[in-house]
Design a protein around this ligand. Structure first.
Ligand code: HEM
Length: 206
């Protein structure tokens, strides 16, 4: 889970950087250039296959871990210690992961699937920037994206540090540093993502 999780974290950085080009407010010029490169480059398209494979693997591993933990605990806890032993988000990784999955299915169906279909069977790439601007005029879709970003933030809040800990990389000396970077990452990246639908909705970017 750590390795697939770290790969997905790397994807999030790249995805966030590319999408953040919309904030130049240049009518999508910078964004479209990078999106075009990512959508047509052979190396990137090959990595994309790995991305989906890792995403599915991460979900399967998560489900297996959840089932294992459940089976081990034959009876429910007599006392629910709440936040004393563990944080809410670390006990709810399965729920948060499922919420992200629902968001992802809608998200991929909205942009990625139609774009790849048009590239493969149609007239070529779709105008992704214009599609985003149109989609984010609907308050329901903006709300769904915000909900996805909040779930992602909670999921990362536990997952980021956990990945380093499992790999044995959170040695005592670096423990606090990794924890703090994890908290910063878990807030900043979903926040930048969340600002995208918000900025389009309020017309901050055209
Ligand atoms: C909230 C703002 C976001 C916007 C505006 C956005 C936009 C997009 C667009 C336009 C694509 C299609 C790219 C293409 O066809 O080449 C895409 C693909 C994708 N997005 Fe997002 N995204 C956002 C957030 C997220 C988040 C938070 C995640 C993960 C939790 C995510 C995961 C993905 C995945 C897995 C793909 C398909 C893989 C790929 O393009 O290589 N996105 N996104």
């Amino acid at each position: 889970m750590s390795l697939t999780g770290l790969f997905l974290i790397t994807f999030l950085i790249v995805h966030c950087y590319i999408n953040a080009q919309i904030f130049w407010n240049d009518g999508g010029k910078s964004f479209d250039e990078l999106a075009h490169f990512m959508g047509t480059n052979v190396v990137i398209r090959t990595i994309e296959i790995g991305l989906f494979a890792f995403l599915i693997l991460h979900i399967v591993q998560g489900l297996m871990l959840w089932a294992k933990n459940r089976a081990k605990r034959s009876s429910k806890y007599a006392v629910k210690a709440g936040n004393v032993n563990s944080k809410w988000y670390s006990r709810s990784m399965g729920l948060l992961g499922t919420l992200i999955l629902i968001f992802l299915v809608v998200h991929i169906g909205m942009f990625w699937a139609p774009n790849r279909t048009a590239q493969t069977f149609g007239d070529g790439e779709l105008p992704l920037y214009d599609m985003m601007r149109d989609e984010f005029q609907h308050p329901g879709i903006v709300a769904l994206y915000l909900f996805g970003c909040i779930s992602l933030a909670w999921h990362l809040l536990h997952g980021f540090y956990s990945a380093f800990q499992t790999l044995g990389l959170a040695m005592h000396k670096y423990k606090m540093m990794i924890k703090n970077i994890g908290i910063g990452f878990s807030i900043i990246v979903p926040l930048i993502f969340a600002l995208m639908p918000i900025a389009f909705y309020f017309g901050w970017i055209q």
